[in-house]
Design a protein around this ligand. Structure first.
Ligand code: ATR
Length: 276
């Protein structure tokens, strides 16, 4: 019998494979729980948090567009969630407080930053495309490593300006200037939803770039956005968002269950085949 309920809340969740991930780990660890997609409107946020308070729900992930909007409904936010004002994991602690934590920072660190030789990369230029829900986590993870040259561009400049309030040292590049500025960048990170399955795609955003550029795409569905594909064909080092997805999920799972679940080839294959 299923004893515990978990899920991901967001507005449009058809792209999410979090249920496949967490239900795989529940099974592997003999935990009688189920993880589902919970599409909600803004006015249901309070209701969902009440379900956590009353233990009808035992934990949730939070995605677009509620990573910031959930905060007023929580009793406290901690650690990386506090530093980024961005929550993707919620649970009830031992003192019956509803807590918001962030595991995207960890996901980005494990999938990318911790694999780089940061000493070599510390003085380089990092260019984040997009100022949506995940961007504060990327910036914070980079800043933790003492990386200082962080640039951001967003179609709607106001959102980049909002992020700059939390991280004043980042520099904003106008969306129209991407074409001329991208040539100066050492690392380019796509944190927009451009290229996501069933979404619009890039239209030649980046034409000029360094030959030793590193390109990271937060998107994992599809595994290769057209931008990533183009770079790969030009022998640029690329990373897709699959590992970030797995590692953020791993940390959420361990917060909820006190078990650090395995990330192995079998799991990766399972997720990849569910993307098709
Ligand atoms: P949210 O912005 O609601 O937090 P998100 O998926 O986290 O949602 O972020 C979507 C990101 O992709 C945003 O940076 C968005 O830009 P806007 O802030 O201008 O909306 C970006 N994005 C989505 N579609 C885009 C498009 N067609 N062109 C450029 N940027 C786009």
């Amino acid at each position: 019998m299923i004893e515990k309920q978990y899920g991901i809340i967001g507005k449009t969740l058809s792209h999410s494979h979090s249920p496949t991930l967490h239900n795989f780990w529940f099974k592997e660890n003999n935990i009688k729980a189920n993880y589902s997609l919970i599409e909600i409107e803004r006015n249901q946020l309070g209701n969902i948090i009440n379900k956590i308070r009353t233990k009808k729900l035992h934990g949730i992930n939070v995605t677009v567009p509620y990573k910031q909007e959930i905060i007023p409904y929580l009793d406290l936010i901690i650690n990386d969630a506090k530093a980024t004002s961005s929550v993707n994991t919620v649970y009830l602690n031992n003192e019956n407080k509803v807590v918001g934590e962030n595991t995207d920072v960890y996901g980005f660190e494990q999938s990318f930053i911790n694999k780089l030789n940061v000493k070599d990369l510390i003085a380089k230029n990092y260019f984040i495309l997009g100022a949506g829900g995940v961007s504060p986590s990327l910036i914070y993870a980079l800043q933790k490593k003492n990386i200082k040259k962080i640039f951001i561009s967003n179609r709607t400049i106001q959102k980049a300006e909002n992020i700059k309030k939390t991280f004043p040292s980042i520099k904003i590049i106008a969306w129209e200037k991407i074409i001329s500025e991208s040539e100066k960048m050492d690392v380019i990170i796509n944190a927009t939803s451009l290229g996501m399955k069933n979404n619009s795609d890039f239209e030649n955003l980046i034409k000029k770039f360094k030959t030793d550029l590193i390109y990271y795409d937060v998107i994992y569905n599809p595994l290769e956005t057209s931008m990533l594909k183009n770079f790969k064909e030009k022998k640029i080092k690329t990373y897709n968002g699959l590992e970030m997805f797995l590692f953020q999920g791993q940390k959420s799972f361990s917060i909820w269950n006190n078990i650090n679940p395995r990330i192995n080839e079998e799991l990766k294959k399972k997720i990849i085949s569910s993307l098709k």
